[in-house]
Design a protein around this ligand. Structure first.
Ligand code: AKG
Ligand code: FE2
Length: 269
């Protein structure tokens, strides 16, 4: 093999290290670097005030949380996810999405709407338009769970092209998640992100539910952050990631944020 060919191979070898550190502002540049997997996350400090966060928690508390099916350790949430409806049906998903949206509207109206705020930031600081995902037939997805992850998560990825075959959200080219941290504790609850993106050969590490054997992340750099109330953190969920258990409460509002084209982003949960 000649030198040129070796150099070419080096170029195409997947990165195992971040090129840069996490960013502290959402900009056209930081967002592109997140899509390109050059940086581990974008933090947006003071996205919401403590008061706004507490109001949202109080309003969400008026409604019943439910646990993800077949997820251990337990994760509670308000709202629905496409992932759960793989085992039910698309028709039921869009029926249930209406009810979930009504409940969410009631909560956001009495506190504030983090999706509208994030969309505003994206459209002000980048060239993308952002909207809640919708089918070609005009059915709206649900976006924006209120979620309690207090016992931690397994190592996993969230990547619709691999998980949501036949759903239009499965057409995204890149997938991020944003979490607005409403309540956190200084005691645990860190989020860890590996510089390793899911590909089909990783399926042999799958543990039967949504988690993967930790060996899947061997040899890749890891970044961690300890979230603070009021901040939004955005990261690329095609990377393997997990959350530590916490001794106290850990509540977020969250959704996926996918890139459909070089102009268009969609939200869904
Ligand atoms: O709660 C977090 O910090 C991240 C949870 C997670 O796995 C995700 O948003 O995809
Ligand atoms: Fe995740």
């Amino acid at each position: 093999m000649d030198v040129l060919e070796i150099a070419k191979r080096e170029e195409t070898r997947p990165l195992s290290k971040w090129v840069g550190a996490g960013a502290n502002e959402l900009s056209a540049d930081s967002l592109e670097r997140l899509f390109a997997n050059e940086i581990p996350y974008i933090r947006i400090p003071d996205f919401a005030t403590r008061d706004e966060c507490e109001h949202l928690v109080a309003e969400a508390g008026q409604h019943g949380f439910n646990a993800y099916r077949n997820v251990e350790p337990r994760i509670d949430k308000l709202g629905i996810t496409v992932f759960e409806y793989n085992a039910i049906s698309k028709r039921r998903y869009f029926e249930d999405a209406r009810t979930a949206r009504q409940i969410q509207e009631a909560i956001f109206q009495r506190s504030f709407d983090p999706i509208a705020r994030l969309r505003g930031l994206i459209e002000a600081h980048t060239a993308y338009r952002a909207r809640v995902a919708r089918t070609e037939a005009g059915a709206d997805y649900f976006a924006g769970l209120v979620r309690r992850i207090e016992k931690g998560t397994l190592i996993h990825v969230d990547f619709a092209p691999a998980e949501q075959e036949g759903w239009c959200v499965g057409q995204v080219t890149h997938q991020l998640a944003w979490n607005l941290y409403l309540r956190t504790s200084g005691n645990g609850g860190k989020t860890h992100v590996f510089q390793r993106q899911w590909n089909p050969e990783h399926e042999r590490y799958k543990d039967g539910s949504y988690g993967y054997d930790p060996a899947v992340s061997q040899g890749s750099e890891k970044a961690a952050f300890e979230p603070r109330p009021g901040e939004v953190v955005v990261f690329n969920t095609r990377n393997f990631h997990y959350v530590d258990p916490t001794a106290d409460e850990r509540i977020t509002v969250t959704s996926a944020l996918g890139r459909l084209s070089d102009r268009e982003l969609i939200f869904w949960s």
